[in-house]
Ligand binder design. Structure first.
Ligand code: F6R
Length: 573
């Protein structure tokens, strides 16, 4: 959710922190702030995005070689200047940035206020700054309940940044004579690719030449890892938006995944051992889970898919394998589902895109998707990478070779961009859109609708094509856009559903393949991909659905990278 960065070294902290905040903004953009210790402790912060706030506040006037920064996704307290991080103690000697939620903050605040502490914000975070006035870090952590990644700096100890992590990610970046600490690797990837991933319960400090990590057992030894993401992966590289760049990176992700095909084999073997597979995930990742459910059930593997936050009602046990899918590996709802599944004896296989994520650490086995860092808030290339992993596992279990040349076909689909844009122009002023699909077209319909609504704010619904006539059909009127990812499986029935829409004047936009003659009689618009198999079409259609949402959003003069109210990593339940 919120983005955190800390720097300590020889260079001007404010410049590095500001650059890091630009890269971290996908985690939250309600407000930003920087605290630097130079002559004293100085803080600049305000509500708004980095680009807006840095026009009015000149962050780089802050002098000093150590500091902390924050981009906020508001949980406790409105997005205001007062509630922006860093938050300080009574004497403005301690500044704190935090990601997560301090569940017992109201009791702590009351106690602190009774003891004369004066609060300036409505945030849960501020209690940490006040507690640090009279207590050391481990004592403060003992009092906190909830999830947190905390970085603090003290005016009187400018040579160190204090940190603590519990269920919110925090990573140390090791440079030469300087060190970083951040909620995400892309924040400092331009400066160093040597990282130490902190674990739950870790706390300590970072100095410019050293660092110390402790946990309940005493001093903790965490390995230094080298990240092979290149720093350009976290830059726009000439694209107007990260979202567009990341959609265009899908073929490369596919190519990389296909090269590492052998790495998936042990997981295919593992999946065979269980009497039931239970997928769990949220949002877009849940749509991958639905795709996986259809694939696995089709080869006789008993499979279910449950949204992370709905996991409590599930019957699960030691004969089950839970496959938890999460781009970030930090989604609180998914992690909580995993915790419940583990308590009941199930084994966990994770599919995540972030190395060393909480989910990877909780899992018994982990598949790492090879999409590279995804900066736009919406999941695009990571969704495609997740689906591809499940498709490849399915093919392995089935004992078939996967379709070759998928990346080439995806490149061909990207060439439909101008056609997709024309369709976007036709629908951009509409108030509602419906996405319908059957079989593995259903998760795709769900995902197409989610993508469109979350960035363009057009109301959109995805549903099984056969369900339309059970209620939603009453909403279809002349010109209502209905988008249909058509598949060879249940083709005739889907065409009948399209006819029902056509009869009511709906604007049917079909996704189909080269050589499908019939679709043109029913659909107003047809976007055709290269001919392939039923299970492979979602891997091609997804590019169209993502580009459609992208173009509608840009035509509506909105940012596809930063939809309102959303954050890349949702670390609250
Ligand atoms: C939509 C989107 C979200 C995430 C969801 C789960 O574009 O990105 O719906 O898919 O918040 O996030 P992860 O995959 O990180 O668990």
């Amino acid at each position: 959710m919120c983005g955190i960065i800390g720097y300590i070294g020889k260079r001007k902290a404010s410049e590095l922190l500001l650059k890091a905040l630009e890269r971290l903004e996908y985690r939250g953009y309600d407000s930003i702030g920087i605290a630097v210790v130079g002559e004293g402790l100085e803080i600049l912060k305000d509500r708004g995005e980095v680009s807006e706030v840095s026009k009015t506040l000149n962050f780089t006037t802050l002098e000093g070689n150590s500091g902390i920064g924050h981009t906020r996704w508001a949980t406790h307290g409105a997005p205001t200047q007062e509630n922006a991080h860093p938050l300080t103690d009574c004497n403005e000697k301690i500044a704190v940035v935090h990601n997560g939620i301090i569940e017992n903050y109201s009791e702590l605040r009351k106690e602190l206020e009774d003891n004369g502490h004066k609060f300036k914000s409505e945030t849960d975070t501020e209690v940490i700054a006040h507690l640090l006035e009279n207590k050391n870090l481990p004592e403060v952590l003992d009092m906190l309940k909830g999830s947190y990644a905390i970085v603090a700096i003290k005016k009187d100890e400018p040579d160190k940044l204090l940190f603590a992590r519990n269920r919110s990610p925090l990573i140390i970046g090791l440079g030469a004579g300087e060190n970083f600490i951040a909620s995400d690797i892309p924040a400092f990837l331009k400066e160093t690719n040597k990282v130490v991933v902190l674990e739950n319960g870790d706390y300590g400090y970072v100095k410019k030449e050293s660092y110390e990590i402790n946990n309940v057992e005493g001093s903790a030894d965490r390995k230094v890892q080298e990240i092979n993401w290149n720093s350009e992966a976290a830059e726009k590289e000439g694209y107007e938006y990260f979202a567009l760049k990341e959609i265009h990176e899908i073929p490369r992700t596919t190519e990389n995944t296909m090269k590492a095909l052998e790495d998936l084999k042990p997981y295919a073997e593992e999946i065979r051992k269980y009497s039931r597979i239970m997928f769990t995930a949220c949002g877009t990742s849940y749509h991958t889970a639905l795709y996986g459910k259809y694939l696995f059930n089709s080869i006789g593997i008993r499979t279910e898919a449950v949204i992370g936050s709905e996991f409590s009602s599930v019957t699960i046990g030691k004969d089950d394998l839970v496959i938890a899918i999460s781009q970030s590996g930090e989604t609180a709802d998914t992690l909580s589902a995993v915790e419940k599944a583990k308590q009941r004896g199930a084994k966990i296989l994770s599919i995540s895109n972030v190395l060393g994520s909480s989910l990877e650490r909780e899992a018994d086995f982990s598949i790492h998707t090879l999409a590279g860092p995804e900066i736009a808030v919406i999941a695009t290339k990571t969704f495609s990478a997740q689906m591809l992993s499940l498709y490849l596992l399915y093919k392995m279990i089935k004992g078939e070779k996967p379709e070759t040349g998928l990346e080439k076909m995806q490149r061909t689909v990207l060439k439909l961009d101008a056609e997709i844009k024309k369709i976007a122009e036709k629908i951009q002023k509409k108030e509602n859109a419906y996405f319908i699909g059957r079989g593995i077209g259903y998760p795709l319909a769900m995902e197409g609708a989610l993508k469109l609504k979350e960035i363009s704010y057009m109301h959109a619904e995805g549903m099984p094509a056969g369900e339309l006539k059970h209620g939603t059909l009453s909403l279809i009127e002349k010109g209502t856009p209905v988008i249909v990812p058509l598949l060879p499986e249940m083709y005739d029935k889907t065409i009948s559903n399209m006819e029902e829409v056509k009869a009511r004047g709906g604007l049917i936009i079909a996704l189909s393949w080269e050589g499908d003659e019939r679709v043109g009689d029913v659909a107003s618009e047809v976007l055709r991909v290269p001919k392939t198999g039923n299970e492979e079409y979602p891997l091609l259609y997804i590019l169209i659905l993502q580009l459609l949402a992208y173009h509608v959003t840009v035509l509506r003069e909105l940012s596809p990278d930063k939809p309102r109210n959303l954050a890349k990593c949702v670390t609250v339940e």
